[in-house]
Design a protein around this ligand. Structure first.
Ligand code: SAM
Ligand code: SF4
Length: 414
């Protein structure tokens, strides 16, 4: 497998300012696991410790590059309208060429013995072609990583299972391209080692470990514990480990409601002892009728029970609501019942409520189901207004202090 060449990283410095002809002040911020360069605070770009381009802000546009070499652009216009999309191959090439040309220019003004030099040389060892090779390596290791909770975008993802064991919610197309499969312990260990190798020294940039795909915690307890043991052998989780200069704060994972009910309090307690910190579960709606229209497994009442069991074991939850679900006809019931259901969960500090604005396409199953029931969809602006109502409802009620945040599936990149 191809691997980026690592280099000796200099210890972090306070940010430095270089005075560069034809540019002006260039600020260089060398952190333990990334390097950020900022030209006159007008534009900036960052790289990981292997020298791979990570983020940029050029001409008022934000760019974020994922591990499989996708680049997401996001632009907020003066009238606050947002554009976000993945760049085409040609656009990626132009951006990467531009960023690398800037670094090459800067390199000429930095002495070879300067501790910035190895960073710049590592960055310049990449080009569009080599970065695109990361795409192939990524796909040799992973099935597509379709979605993560927003606080886990900067995690190390390992796929203990592939796909979703239910895969039938009308609105969700994330895992339709694959059959649910649990990895054997042997292939899981191999996968974990490949992931480690692929990330290289840049793994230190990551904060946590995410056990994918859609409901990996459904894995029978014994196999799951064996898998968590592998993770502890391979990564420093929750505590430092010889040979690593970073620590991952814990293990995080999705679970669906029915999957959650299959585990006992004792199972969850055991998972907590192995470092499981938070479980993300899609309630989507507290309204029974809307819930059935979404074809979610289980029910809102079962979701409350599952969440209470998980929390009793000392594991936090992330509960996801779907703004816009049930369209105009069920809007009021959806909001009221969702807030009521959340209240019954006894959420607290360390828990998160995510609100995800529903994204549909005319041909999807959700839209067909709504058409069959003559339910009109909300306009995009009404969906966003419902996001605010749901977020405001959680904030006002406090429910013991969970965080509440937007979950925007169109802004996901790993
Ligand atoms: C992997 S799933 C959640 C975990 C688990 N599989 C479950 O269903 O409980 C991730 C979340 O993405 C969101 N999602 C899926 N499809 C969506 C869509 N079309 N529009 C907006 N959000 C969507 C849902 O809120 C869902 O809970
Ligand atoms: S929402 Fe969750 S349970 Fe439903 S299909 Fe998507 S991943 Fe599976």
């Amino acid at each position: 497998m191809h691997r980026a060449a690592t280099f000796q990283r200099p210890v972090p410095n306070p940010p430095r300012t270089l005075s560069i002809p034809a540019i002006g002040d260039v600020y260089v911020n060398t952190q333990k696991f990334f390097l950020m360069i900022s030209e006159e605070l007008r534009c900036n770009y960052s790289f990981d410790t292997e020298g791979r381009f990570m983020t940029g802000f050029l001409d008022g546009v934000n760019y974020r590059r994922g591990l499989k070499n996708d680049i997401l652009m996001k632009h907020v216009a003066a009238n606050t309208s947002k554009t976000r999309r993945m760049l085409s191959a040609a656009e990626k090439q132009r951006l990467v060429d531009d960023v690398l040309a800037r670094v090459r220019y800067l390199r000429d003004f930095v002495a070879s013995e300067d501790q910035l030099s190895p960073w710049l040389d590592a960055i310049l060892s990449w080009n569009t072609h080599r970065l695109q090779g990361e795409h192939d390596t990524f796909h040799a290791i992973y099935r597509p990583i379709s979605i993560l909770p927003p606080d886990q975008y900067l995690s190390v993802v390992v796929q203990a299972a592939e796909g979703c064991s239910w895969n039938k919610c009308t609105f969700c197309t994330f895992y339709r391209d694959r059959k649910f499969r649990i990895k054997s312990l042997h292939s899981f260990r191999e996968h974990v080692q490949q992931v480690k190798h692929f990330l290289g020294s840049a793994a230190g940039l990551r904060k946590s470990l995410f056990l994918a795909d859609a409901n990996a915690l459904i894995i029978p307890q014994k196999r799951l514990i064996d898998m968590l043991r592998v993770l502890h052998e391979e990564f420093p989780i929750g505590q430092s480990k010889p040979g690593f200069d970073y620590v991952l704060k814990g293990i995080y994972s999705f679970l669906d409601i029915v999957g959650a009910e299959k585990k006992t309090l004792a199972d969850y307690q055991e998972l907590r002892e192995y470092g499981l910190k938070r479980i993300y579960i899609g309630l989507e709606t507290g309204d029974n009728t809307v819930f059935r229209l979404l074809n979610k497994p289980g029910s809102p009442a079962e979701c409350v029970e599952a969440v209470r069991t998980i929390k009793a074991a000392g594991i936090n939850v992330g509960v996801i609501l779907l703004a816009g679900a049930g369209g105009r006809q069920y809007a009021q019931a959806h909001v009221q019942q969702s807030l009521r259901t959340l209240k019954a969960m006894d959420l607290g500090v360390g828990d998160i409520v995510y609100v995800s604005p529903l994204v549909t396409i005319p041909t999807d199953e959700y839209t067909r189901t709504m058409d069959t029931h003559s339910v009109a969809a909300l306009h995009a602006s009404e969906v966003m207004a419902q996001v605010d109502v749901l977020k405001g409802g959680v904030t006002r009620a406090r429910y013991g202090g969970p965080k509440v945040a937007l979950y925007h599936i169109e802004e996901f990149i790993y």
